[in-house]
Ligand binder design. Sequence first.
Ligand code: SF4
Length: 241
Amino acid sequence: MAVRLEQDVSVISQSFETARPEEVIRWAARTFGDGLVMTSSFGADSAVLLHLATREMPGIRVIFIDTGFLFPETHAYVEQLRRLLDLNIWHYRTRNDPFSYLELAGEEDFRHRRDVARCCAANKNEPMERAMHDLAPAAWLRGIRRAQSESRRNRQFVEWSARYSCYAISPLLNWSDADIEEYLHKNDLPRHPLAAFGYRSIGCSPLTCTRPVEEDEDPRSGRWAGSGKTECGLHLEDYQI
Ligand code: SF4
């Protein structure tokens, strides 16, 4: 459902710098209607955007990418939040059988990943591109925040994504870790089961992809630790599968 904004996205983004996330979501729901979708990794912070979005737009389509290598606790959390928030989840799975993939890719130990770029392309970015192609949304709500990483520091509230042919809207962009914590607490939202074990940014289960971090460490330092990789690729425009 193609909708082109009349106003420049940089002007709209600027106007959201001091807005609350719910105001950004309300604007998106009003502007794009049923053409609005959201993505969720059902990770450590995910309950926040899911709660905010479903309060403004019950029934919003939630795209969930299943790489085949997620923690069982993540699947349990998906079900817990689905029931609690009455989520309309669109589950997009990798085309690969996980064990066949490991064998084909020459990955000898399922607890590690030697070639994270290849694995993220085949098992995370391909299903995401397929989801966006199938659903063809006009706009997409996502939970990225500037405080999460250097690569997210310059993101804008509303961006045109040529890769997915839709607007990408990031209502939580200016929120800190403390804001997230406060919202989870205030709204009595359940935590990801692994949060209690030091997992503060949660992706796939291999140790090379997600590990717990100490209290004084950057929460995202547990993702692809030591590899130099900071993004799975879903939020990159110049990504090639
Ligand atoms: S995060 Fe790890 S297991 Fe998940 S798709 Fe990327 S490389 Fe593969």
